[in-house]
Structures are given as structure tokens and as C-alpha cells.
Design a protein around this ligand. Structure first.
Ligand SMILES: *[C@@H]1O[C@H](CO)[C@@H](O)[C@H](O)[C@H]1NC(C)=O
Ligand SMILES: *[C@@H]1O[C@H](CO)[C@@H](O)[C@H](O)[C@H]1NC(C)=O
Ligand SMILES: *[C@@H]1O[C@H](CO)[C@@H](O)[C@H](O)[C@H]1NC(C)=O
Ligand SMILES: *[C@@H]1O[C@H](CO)[C@@H](O)[C@H](O)[C@H]1NC(C)=O
Length: 232
């Protein structure tokens, strides 16, 4: 649009009164500002990360906590749960998600076995989907006291293959803080803590040798496999 400004000035000189021209130029600048504003709200993509992830069903019946490693370029995620309350259902859950390939592994390191499955849905709590809608910017805690606030952007969208929607909050540097998934049957809350901007243990994102050659399991009719479905 900047390109048009000189020609607009020419147009002004030849045809319009200075006053009308001022209004047009102001309008053009308002459009430019609005465009810049919209550009600013393109979903960002999280960097490489290592951290702790907490998963909670808001019915209170399932809580899991574990460590994660995330490769943002390679679109790979490893999550290993080491705590699960009040039941032990998610204890030892070990997932290697390969979003680019559209598959994932459920790994059992103890007996060196794994299951390889197809992903029906790529949604996960460490990346904002490209079609996400910007909702708002807000400060958790205090906006006025230095060091006592966390400024976050909130993004929303619908969950494919399910009736539901999500709400993701990320820091200004695009670190995901928490994500809600609201579905007909449950509400899941994923939150991240102690995040560091590196993959501390790159081998965690490599398919373990004992998983090589594993066939892709059939997905039963009506089943949706995804990262969040592992906690439903
Ligand atoms: C993220 O990690 C992957 C795998 O270790 C690496 O190839 C990539 O360069 C890293 N990206 C950045 C921005 O550090
Ligand atoms: C689970 O792993 C985290 C991170 O390594 C650690 O802080 C926590 O104590 C572990 N919990 C259990 C029950 O081992
Ligand atoms: C969960 O696992 C822990 C540690 O293995 C065990 O002490 C506890 O009894 C288990 N709880 C249930 C409800 O199975
Ligand atoms: C490994 O353990 C899991 C559950 O603990 C079990 O379902 C699976 O059959 C075991 N695989 C082998 C090869 O023993």
C-alpha cells in the first residue's frame, strides 16, 4: 500500500482540494494501521522447548504430570508422564508424536515395546493452529507491578472431528502457558511449567530402535487418535 502513496499525492495535487485529500490520506493511513494490527495477530509458532506438562480433566477425575520435549521445526513432541492422580491410569504414559508424518508411538520402555498409530487429528497444546482466531491480550496477575504480571495472548478455535473448541494462552514470546479443550464429554486443561528454550535430550525425539519396523495399527471405526485423546 505504501507504493500507492506517491501516486495518491499526485492525484491530490491535480484533482482534489487539500481538505478532501487530507481525509483520504488519513483514511489510507487508518487502513495501513489496521492491516499492521491484523498482521501482528497471525498465530505465532513456539520455539524448541523442554519442560513440565500438567494435564487435568476438569471433572477432577484425571490428573497427569510429566516431562515434555518439543521440536518446533520438526513438529515432534515427546511426553512422558511420571505422576497420575487419583488413579494411576496415565502413569508411565509415554508418547512420541510425529505430527509431520501423521503418526505416533505409545512407548513402553520397561518391556521395550511400542504401538505405532495413525493420527486423525494434529491438534496439540504446544502449537497454535494456523487457522486460530486471536481473542485478546491480557495480563495474568498485575499489569502495574513490575515482575508480578504475565502478559498473554489468547487464541481460540474449534476442535476438528469433535464438537468442541479450544482456548490457548501463550506468552508474548510464544511460549504456551495453558490450553483448554472443551468437548461434549470432557474439559481438559494442559499447562506448562519450568519451560526451557532448548531440547535438552534430543534422543527423546528419535524413534527408539525397538520401535523400528513396527506396523501401523488399524484405527477402529469412529476412533480419533490425537495427543489430547490420549487423556480422555
Ligand atoms: C530445534 O531442534 C531441532 C532438533 O534438535 C534442531 O534441528 C533445530 O535446529 C532446532 N531449532 C532451533 C531454532 O534451535
Ligand atoms: C516427575 O518428574 C519431574 C521432572 O523430572 C520431577 O520433578 C518429579 O519429582 C517426578 N515425580 C515423580 C513422582 O517421580
Ligand atoms: C499408584 O502407584 C503408586 C506407585 O506405584 C502406588 O503406591 C499406588 O498405590 C497406586 N495407586 C493406585 C490407586 O493404584
Ligand atoms: C508390555 O507391557 C504392556 C503393558 O504393561 C502390555 O500391554 C504389552 O503386551 C507388553 N508387551 C510385551 C511384548 O510384553
Amino acid at each position: 500500500m505504501v507504493v500507492y502513496l506517491p501516486s495518491l499525492t499526485l492525484f491530490c495535487d491535480s484533482l482534489w482540494t487539500k481538505k478532501m485529500c487530507g481525509a483520504v490520506v488519513l483514511f489510507v493511513f487508518m487502513c495501513l494501521t489496521a492491516t499492521t494490527h491484523a498482521d501482528h495477530h497471525q498465530p505465532c509458532h513456539s520455539p524448541n522447548m523442554t519442560g513440565l506438562m500438567n494435564v487435568m480433566s476438569l471433572k477432577g477425575d484425571k490428573i497427569a504430570q510429566g516431562t515434555f520435549a518439543y521440536d518446533s521445526m520438526g513438529k515432534k513432541l515427546r511426553f512422558r508422564s511420571n505422576e497420575s492422580y487419583p488413579t494411576n491410569t496415565s502413569l508411565g504414559l509415554d508418547l512420541l508424536m510425529l505430527f509431520e508424518e501423521g503418526i505416533f508411538y505409545e512407548i513402553d520402555s520397561k518391556n521395550q515395546s511400542c504401538e505405532k498409530k495413525k493420527l486423525q487429528m494434529l491438534l496439540h497444546p504446544l502449537d497454535i493452529p494456523d487457522d486460530s482466531r486471536f481473542y485478546t491480550t491480557m495480563t495474568a496477575g498485575s499489569a502495574s507491578i513490575e515482575g508480578e504480571g504475565l502478559k498473554i495472548n489468547i487464541w481460540t478455535g474449534s476442535i476438528p472431528h469433535m464438537k468442541g473448541h479450544y482456548s490457548m494462552s501463550v506468552t508474548m514470546g510464544c511460549l504456551p502457558v495453558s490450553t483448554f479443550y472443551f468437548t461434549e464429554t470432557t474439559t481438559l486443561l494442559f499447562s506448562n511449567m519450568e519451560v526451557e528454550l532448548e531440547i535438552k535430550d534430543p534422543h527423546l525425539l528419535v524413534v527408539p530402535p525397538f520401535c523400528h519396523g513396527e506396523p501401523v495399527e488399524d484405527t477402529p471405526e469412529g476412533t480419533v487418535n490425537s495427543f489430547l485423546n490420549e487423556f480422555m
